[in-house]
Design a binder for this molecule. Structure first.
Ligand SMILES: CC/C=C\C/C=C\CCCC/C=C/C(=O)SCCNC(=O)CCNC(=O)[C@H](O)C(C)(C)COP(=O)(O)OP(=O)(O)OC[C@H]1O[C@@H](n2cnc3c(N)ncnc32)[C@H](O)[C@@H]1OP(=O)(O)O
Length: 294
């Protein structure tokens, strides 16, 4: 798929003006550092409004592998440099926004591949969570685990009806990483409900997610959701963009600092968990259960 970036001289470059957060000295490995053209995403920018739409397109489930996550991350950093104002993240599928990490790539994988996958997930989360762009997740399908992570890292969530959303890690005997926990708490109206959800692997329907405050609005069609997404981005005037971006950054700075301090530990936990024979056995059974639905 071709990427189309249109230059938007009307808007000031937020990335130049917002002071970058300190990044730890160590460069974390990623298998995604590539200049290849995008394979799994399409990016369009409306030069009239300054709004970009990044569409996830890795059938069948938009499962997140290292290459795909690298593409999403690079698109966001490119948009920051291209004088863009807001970003809508959505899916080309009519059923699945994202099913989270590509579990097929976690199964019987070597350590280097597991490390590449996890570092790509960390890098993508960090970029999306900290971007000065105004971010909206247009959730037009199921958003599970890493898929929900993309939604809660954005600033605003608009969901279509009759889908599922949530973080299901503890169900499979895994702890939710602290950065994902903090991101979830950051958007939920109550810390108590957030704790309850994440400890019990609660998966919401679109309708119950709206009631709980996990999503902000429902829309009956993708077209309506696009209109609502643009309205959210437009609700911030051009004049206030810089102050807005700095305020957003201040709100998120502590979570980002904690992440940087724990980044290696977080990776170590993932690697040791995924290499346990019991975890691999479970993953094999879990993947079979997905196939058995057919
Ligand atoms: C198990 C957890 C392992 C490690 C986590 C480690 C640490 C926690 C850190 C937290 C960070 C994030 C972690 C993750 O994201 S783990 C991923 C967890 N995701 C899931 O459990 C979702 C599983 N999928 C589903 O529940 C359903 O597929 C879904 C999304 C509700 C859609 O349902 P449906 O419309 O009926 O579609 P199918 O189930 O038929 O799926 C279509 C197609 O997609 C394949 N698929 C689905 N999910 C994944 C996946 N996560 N990875 C790879 N492939 C996936 C499925 O097998 C089908 O493929 P096919 O070729 O058979 O068509």
């Amino acid at each position: 798929m071709a990427t189309r970036i249109i230059h938007l001289p009307k808007y000031s470059r937020l990335s130049c003006l917002v002071k970058p957060l300190t990044i730890s000295a160590r460069t974390f490995a990623t298998a995604t550092a590539s200049t290849n053209p995008p394979q799994f995403t399409t990016l369009s920018v409306d030069d009239r409004t300054g709004i970009a739409t990044l569409t996830l397109n890795r059938p069948p489930a938009n499962a997140l592998n290292a290459l795909f996550m690298g593409e999403i991350q690079r698109s966001i950093t490119d948009l920051e440099k291209e004088n863009c104002r807001g970003l809508i993240l959505t899916s080309s599928s009519q059923r699945i926004f994202s099913a989270g990490l590509d579990l097929k790539e976690c199964y019987k994988a070597d350590v280097a591949s597991l490390e590449g996958l996890w570092c790509a997930l960390q890098n993508l989360w960090r970029t999306l969570f900290s971007t000065p762009l105004i971010t909206v997740a247009l959730i037009n399908g199921h958003a599970i685990a890493g898929g929900c992570m993309l939604a809660v890292s954005s600033e605003y969530r608009i969901m279509l009806p009759n889908f599922k959303i949530g973080v299901n890690e503890t169900m499979v005997g895994l702890a939710v990483p602290s950065w994902l926990m903090d991101t979830y708490i950051n958007i939920m109206p109550s810390r108590r409900i957030a704790e309850w959800d994440l400890t019990s692997s609660r998966i919401y329907s679109s309708e119950s997610a709206l009631k709980a405050g996990l999503v902000d609005e429902l829309a009956s069609s993708k077209e309506e959701a696009l209109q609502k997404s643009a309205a959210f981005i437009d609700s911030f005037s051009k004049r206030t963009l810089m102050a807005r971006a700095i305020t957003k950054q201040q709100f998120r700075a502590e979570i980002l600092r904690n992440f940087e301090q724990n980044r290696q530990h977080d990776l170590d936990i993932y690697l040791s968990t995924m290499q346990k024979p019991s975890m691999q056995e479970f993953l094999g059974e879990y993947l079979q259960s997905l196939d058995a639905k057919k």
